[in-house]
Write a protein that binds this ligand. Structure first.
Ligand code: M6R
Length: 614
């Protein structure tokens, strides 16, 4: 969950580290720190809070220096204090380490080191690594890091620098992402994610688990933990620098809501073939036999991606008539899931492609013989690399912790997959045409939904919510819009800290209706679809109990205006495509509520963008 960055041979070490950290801050933001080595030694600075605090406090560090490493933290072991912030150093202050991951055997290692007389300064698991490297150092930093890694159990992406070899960074990876960026003239940048390096280089090596890398201005080398040299696979980044700039937007979340039209166009680009009433998904690599023999789909994900998975269930069961099970990765991994090789397709949805629970579930289902398919946004992420085949969502870099464009891109990808599989089973060209035509319209429709007057209307509703001091929200939907209700509620919770529950509208009478009174705002997703009449019954039940209803319905359906407090309109499209539109006002409602409450929209408390710990 933490972000790490390091640089070798660059002229502006300090700037490179601070700039990189700012772009990684979505990974964790409770504290930050950096270490720079120059001819005078090892200099360390740490601050609690956002990277901007480090930017102020870390000014005293040398601007240049031969190498530097930095870290932005999401605390796991040890409270949020300056001491516990990374980098961690050994007792003599000769070695410094930043670490992303968790050392699971830290207690045993700590006890062993303490019995050798090591005096620990922090409560973190990472400090162990600094002491281990110091203990193993006999004139070769790579060897000391390699031997230290052999002692560790758990996950790590680490960067190590030392006054003993002041021109060098040694990095190692096991279960936590780490990328080496290759600049010109002996410049190298390491980072946990590519946004931190795209202003410096477009040539990268994605490190694999069990690899150790040494980089200095003379070059770089990669070894396995048993010292076997590894030939690097250098790849080009296709991400554009503009994608990480806010431009005129105040927050990444709003920018990413506005990115949706282009993001979804990119998800569909080169895949939709209207002339053939078909969808081409090269990366899915599903053979005709595999598709025809498919008896069950299992979709595994967490958080917002899990909501997309639930929409996938509606699509695949309704349209393809294939049974689908949707699983929380964190639950599945500790059960004993039943897998039928040759009949089951296991789909793993993850924006980051690094979520620890999803990755563990993938490994478990793969071990049991499932055919696996990934739907990831981050290219070359661990999940994307470990699945048998995959479909990238191509939504572009998502920085706001609250996922928006990644969600709609996941839903589009599931629609594409449904048509792709359906056309090789018994889906008619007429049906495929309808879905394809509606999907193709969506970017334009979202664009119109983001018009100034629509935003103003939602901002006004958010102002009422904030002024009335609302502490609870209910979100209701049915059918394919039930997962949208869950997603709307999650957005509201995570960025505005208002308790919100998503529920199937008809299920309300089995419990949550007890909560309803004139103070309870209820968002009801009620497009004029085939279950509209049923949702209307639920609205009546709410009205009878004086609920304040914010309805989301389709253009032209004015009858709700007389009975609901507010009505938000979305264009009319076919049922399978509808979630792509109904979710947009809910994203905006959460966004404006958080803004008006003066909260940290892009970096909500206690959260991090990708959850790489259990
Ligand atoms: O990267 P992933 O899609 O695997 O992440 C899953 C969840 O952690 C993520 O969707 C989380 O719920 C978001 N903060 C939601 O906005």
């Amino acid at each position: 969950m933490c972000g790490i960055v390091g640089c070798v041979g660059v002229e502006d070490t300090w700037n490179c580290l601070i700039g990189g950290l700012k772009l990684l801050e979505y990974r964790g933001y409770d504290s930050a720190g950096m270490a720079i080595v120059d001819e005078k030694g090892l200099h360390v600075s740490k601050s609690v809070g956002m990277v901007r605090n480090l930017e102020i406090n870390g000014r005293r560090l040398p601007a240049h220096g031969s190498v530097g490493i930095a870290h932005t933290r999401w605390a796991t072991h040890g409270g949020v204090t300056e001491k516990n912030a990374h980098p961690h150093v050994d007792a003599k202050g000769e070695f410094a380490v930043v670490h992303n991951g968790i050392v699971e055997n830290h207690m045993a290692l700590r006890t062993a080191l303490e019995s050798e007389g090591v005096d620990f300064q922090t409560e973190t698991d990472t400090e162990i690594i600094a002491h281990l490297v110091a203990r193993f150092y006999e004139g070769d930093l790579v060897e000391a890091v390699r031997l230290s890694c052999k002692e560790l159990r758990g996950t790590y992406g680490i960067l190590v620098v030392s006054v003993k070899e002041p021109e060098k960074i040694v990095a190692a990876r096991m279960g936590s992402p780490l990328v080496l960026g290759i600049g010109g003239q002996g410049h190298y940048v390491f980072a946990s994610d590519v946004p931190a390096m795209i202003s410096r280089t477009s040539q990268v090596v994605y490190l694999n688990d069990g690899e150790v890398v040494s980089a200095s201005p003379e070059g770089y080398e990669i070894f396995s933990l048993d010292k076997t040299p590894i030939t690097p696979k250098v790849e080009s980044l296709d991400q554009k620098l503009e994608s990480i700039y806010l431009g005129d937007f105040e927050h990444y979340m709003l920018k990413e809501i506005f990115d949706q039209p282009i993001a979804l166009t990119n998800t569909m680009r080169g895949r939709v073939r209207p002339e053939a009433s078909d969808v081409h998904l090269g990366g899915a690599r599903l053979t005709v036999d595999e598709i025809r023999n498919l008896r069950r789909v299992i979709i595994v994900a967490c958080g917002t991606s899990w909501h997309a998975a639930l929409i996938g269930k509606y699509l695949i069961e309704e349209i393809l008539r294939i049974p689908v099970e949707v699983e929380y990765a964190s639950e599945l991994r500790y059960r004993n899931p039943i897998v039928r090789p040759g009949e089951d397709l296991a789909i793993f949805i993850s924006q980051s492609g690094e979520t620890a629970d999803t990755l563990a579930a993938l490994r478990e289902l793969k071990r049991k013989g499932a055919r696996t398919l990934g739907i990831c946004n981050v290219v070359n992420s661990t999940i994307a690399r470990e699945v048998h085949s995959g479909i990238y969502t191509h939504a572009g870099i998502e920085i706001g912790v609250a996922s928006t464009k990644a969600f709609t891109a996941q839903v589009v990808t599931l629609l594409l997959l449904t048509v792709h599989v359906g056309r090789q089973r018994d889906m008619s060209s007429y049906f495929a045409d309808d879905v394809i035509q509606d999907m193709l319209k969506v970017p334009n429709l979202i664009d119109h939904m983001l018009a100034k007057e629509c935003l103003e209307q939602i901002e006004k509703i958010a102002a009422e919510v904030v002024d009335s001091g609302v502490r609870n929200f209910l979100y209701l939907g049915r059918g394919v819009n039930f997962p949208v209700a869950l997603e709307g509620a999650l957005k509201m919770k995570e960025i505005s800290y208002i308790h919100a529950e998503g529920y199937p509208a008809a299920e309300m009478k089995h419990g949550p209706i007890a909560l309803i009174d004139e103070n309870m705002p209820v968002v009801v997703i009620a497009p004029k679809d085939r279950i509209y009449e049923k949702v209307m019954n639920n609205i009546q039940e709410l009205l009878a109990r004086k609920a304040k209803i914010i309805a989301v319905t389709t253009d032209g359906n004015t009858e709700l205006e007389d009975i609901c407090q507010h009505v938000l309109y979305v264009p009319s499209v076919s049922d399978p495509v509808m979630p792509l539109l109904t979710v947009v006002p809910l994203q905006l409602l959460a966004y404006y509520t958080a803004c008006l409450k003066g909260l940290s929209v892009d970096k909500p408390r206690n959260l991090a963008k990708s959850v790489t710990v259990e």
